[in-house]
Design a protein around this ligand. Sequence first.
Ligand SMILES: [Zn+2]
Length: 67
Amino acid sequence: MPTYTFRCENCGEEYTTFTFYSKVEEVKCPQCGSKEKERVYKKVSFSVQGGSSTSCGGSCGGCSGCG
Ligand SMILES: [Zn+2]
C-alpha cells in the first residue's frame, strides 16, 4: 500500500497516510477533518547517522545502494 503525504488546505496540517490511490479523495485531515488537501511530494533523503553507509534498497537512484 503506497504512502501519501498531504498538506491540508484548510488548516495547513501535513500528514502522511497509507491508502490506495482510488481512496485518496476520501482521506481526511486528522487535525480538522477536511478533505481539501494537496499532495506533497517528498524527496527521499537519507541522513547518514553514525558514519555508516546507508542504502535505500534501490529506489532512490542516488545513494550508495543504488550504484
Ligand atoms: Zn486540516
